[in-house]
Design a protein around this ligand. Sequence first.
Ligand code: GDP
Length: 140
Amino acid sequence: MATERTFSIIKPDATKRNLTGAVNAVIEEAGLRIVAQKRILMTRAQAETFYAVHSERPFFGELVDFMISAPVVVQVLEGENAIAKYREVMGATNPANAAEGTIRKKFALSVGENTVHGSDSAENAQIEIAQFFAGNDIVG
Ligand code: GDP
């Protein structure tokens, strides 16, 4: 297995409840390394670009409003098989279907307010990391 990097967002429902450290603890316990991290308030344009793939979905407006409703923490995570590994650690999109021990099972409030984002492919990880970090912001 290769060492990979994936892109993560700790979403507004979590930052509002002061859960950044609690989420990071689950990430680190899973063997992933946080190699870049910053807390930002996304602009509407940033959120719309980030979720452009969902722009035709009925929940798009709600999703963008949610993502700009409070600060988020954007992160780069590194580790063996990090992209698939983090998807596992996050749990299912809908917390009702998330496995025990996953971040979404522990913390998510609903299918929309579901605490974290993680890239779903190597290609998207690269695109998403580049939207928020320059190469020299990432220190492995
Ligand atoms: P993910 O890769 O597990 O985050 O899931 P998706 O790519 O399918 O969806 C992206 C994000 O859109 C999810 O994490 C949710 O925050 C949001 N989302 C998905 N489905 C719904 C929905 O039915 N309602 C709302 N409000 N948001 C949704």
